[in-house]
Design a binder for this molecule. Structure first.
Ligand code: HAM
Length: 403
C-alpha cells in the first residue's frame, strides 16, 4: 500500500468539519476587521524566501522543500505565507497605489521539520497581512483579531509580547549582545556560536538550557529601545490593557523569521504539549522595500490550524436537510426527480436502493438530516410523499407539488 508522506496528513470526516469551521470562523472575523481574501501560489522562487524569511533562519537554512523545476528555475514550496503576499502586493503595484490594503489567506505551508505531535511537514495556516498602516493601533488590532478568533472557538491562550526595535536601536543592541555572548563563548552551544555571527538575537531563543542560564544576565532588547520604539511598545501595552487583553512581556521572544521589527507576538496554548505556539506575528516595516517595493509599513500574523484543531469547541451539531428514499422500484425514478428539484434549495441525501420504511428511517438517522421523506406505491398512486421531521418526530403525507 502506498501511504501518505511522513508529516503530511489527510483531513477528512470529523477533522474536516473542525477544519472548515475554523476557516469559516476566522475568515468571518477577518472580514469584520476589513480584510479581503488573497490566494497566492504554493510554489515560489526560492530567492523570495531567502531574502524575506532570511538565510540565517532554520526555515531557509534547513527546512525548505527546494528543487530545480523543468525550466531550470530554483523554486520551493512555500514555508510560510507572508513572503508570497508581499510579492503579490508589489507585483500588483499596490505599493505605488498607496493607501491601505488588508488581506487574509489560508492554505498549506511546507517545512521539512522532524515530525512530531503538532509539528508537520505539510501544515495549514490562517493568516492576515496589513499594508500601509504605521500606527501601533493596527498592531493592537492584529492581536485583538487573534484573541477574537480564539475566544469564539473556546480556546484559552497566553499572549507573549516583545519589541524587536528598528534600524535606529537594533544595531547598537546587537553589538552589546554580541559583546556579552562572546564573553561566555566557551560555554555556549555550536548553534549559538554560529548565531553570534549570522543573527545574534537568535541566541536569546536557544532551546539549550545551559545557554539560557548564561543569557540570564544578557542585555534585554526592551531596555535598549529608541524613543520611538519605546513609545510604540508602551502604547501597545496600554491599548491591550484598555481592552482587557492579558499579555506577558518576553524579551527573549525573537520569532523564527528575520523580517520583523518593533512588535513581535506569539499566542501559546498550555493544553497541547511541546509544540505550543498556536499563532505568531508582528510588524515588518522593512520587508516591502527589501523585496523591491516602495517603503510600506506592514504587520500581520498566522495561526497554525492543525495545532488548534483539537482545542476547538464545536457548536452543537444541528440536523439539516433531507433524506429521500423509495420503497419500491417504480417510485425510484420519481424520487430521483424530486431530489434533483429539492437540491436547488436544500441538502439532500438519497439512497438508490429501495428499502422498507424502517430501514430508510435508520439510514436517515445515520445521515443526521432533519427530514426523512419516503415514497411507496400508495404515495405514487396519490402523487404524495410521506415526510417525518426527525427532530420533533411529527409525520405528514403531503402532495409532491407542495413538497
Ligand atoms: P510562524 O510563527 O512561523 O509565523 O508560523 C505561524 C504558526 O504556524 C505557528 O504559530 C504554528 O502554530 C504554525 N506552524 C508553524 N510551523 C508548523 C509546523 N511545522 N507544523 C504545524 N504548525 C506549524 C509565520 O509563518 C509568519 N508568516 C506569520 C506572520 C504573518 N507574520 C507576519 N505576518
Amino acid at each position: 500500500m502506498i501511504a501518505s508522506l511522513r508529516g503530511m496528513n489527510d483531513i477528512l470526516s470529523e477533522d474536516y468539519e473542525r477544519f472548515t469551521y475554523f476557516i469559516e470562523t476566522s475568515s468571518e472575523i477577518a472580514k469584520r476587521y476589513g480584510f479581503h481574501f488573497i490566494e497566492t501560489p504554493l510554489l515560489e522562487e526560492t530567492a523570495l524566501f531567502k531574502r524575506s524569511v532570511g538565510e540565517s533562519s532554520d526555515i531557509v537554512g534547513k527546512e525548505m522543500y527546494q528543487f530545480i523545476d523543468k525550466g531550470e528555475n530554483d523554486v520551493c514550496l512555500r514555508p510560510e505565507g507572508t513572503a508570497g503576499v508581499v510579492r503579490a502586493f508589489i507585483q500588483k503595484k499596490l505599493d505605488r497605489a498607496g493607501g491601505i490594503h488588508r488581506f487574509f489567506y489560508h492554505g498549506a505551508m511546507f517545512r521539512y521539520e522532524r515530525p512530531q505531535k503538532g509539528r508537520l511537514r505539510q501544515f495549514h495556516q490562517f493568516g492576515v497581512e496589513s499594508f500601509g498602516v504605521e500606527s501601533v493601533y493596527e498592531d493592537a488590532a492584529m492581536i485583538m483579531m487573534v484573541s477574537d478568533i480564539l475566544n469564539k472557538l473556546g480556546i484559552g491562550y497566553r499572549l507573549q509580547l516583545n519589541s524587536l526595535g528598528c534600524n535606529e536601536c537594533m544595531p547598537s543592541y546587537k553589538d552589546s549582545l554580541v559583546d556579552y555572548v562572546r564573553k561566555c563563548q566557551d560555554g555556549i552551544c555550536i548553534d549559538c556560536q554560529r548565531r553570534v555571527d549570522t543573527n545574534p538575537i537568535r541566541v536569546l531563543d536557544c532551546k539549550n538550557g545551559s545557554c539560557q542560564e548564561l543569557y540570564v544576565e544578557a542585555p534585554k532588547i526592551t531596555q535598549n529601545l529608541c524613543a520611538s520604539c519605546n513609545s510604540d511598545f508602551s502604547q501597545l501595552q496600554k491599548i491591550l490593557d484598555d481592552n482587557s487583553i492579558k499579555y506577558e512581556i518576553d524579551s527573549s521572544l525573537v520569532r523564527g523569521l528575520d523580517y520583523y521589527s518593533k512588535t513581535a507576538f506569539e499566542f501559546v496554548s498550555d493544553d497541547i504539549g511541546s509544540q505550543s505556539a498556536i499563532a505568531g506575528g508582528g510588524r515588518y516595516d522593512r520587508l516591502v522595500e527589501f523585496l523591491g517595493g516602495r517603503p510600506t509599513p506592514a504587520v500581520g500574523f498566522a495561526m497554525g490550524i492543525e495545532r488548534l484543531m483539537e482545542l476547538i469547541k464545536m457548536p452543537e451539531s444541528t440536523k439539516e436537510g433531507y433524506y429521500i428514499g423509495a420503497m419500491d422500484d417504480e417510485a425510484l425514478s420519481s424520487v430521483i426527480k424530486i431530489a434533483h428539484q429539492k437540491r436547488k434549495t436544500h441538502a439532500v441525501v438519497m439512497d438508490y436502493k429501495t428499502k422498507n420504511l424502517k430501514n430508510h428511517l435508520k439510514a436517515a438517522d445515520k445521515a443526521n438530516v432533519k427530514y426523512c421523506a419516503v415514497i411507496g406505491s400508495d404515495e405514487m398512486k396519490n402523487k404524495t410523499i410521506w415526510v417525518k421531521n426527525l427532530e420533533d418526530k411529527s409525520e405528514n403525507t403531503i402532495p409532491i407539488a407542495e413538497f
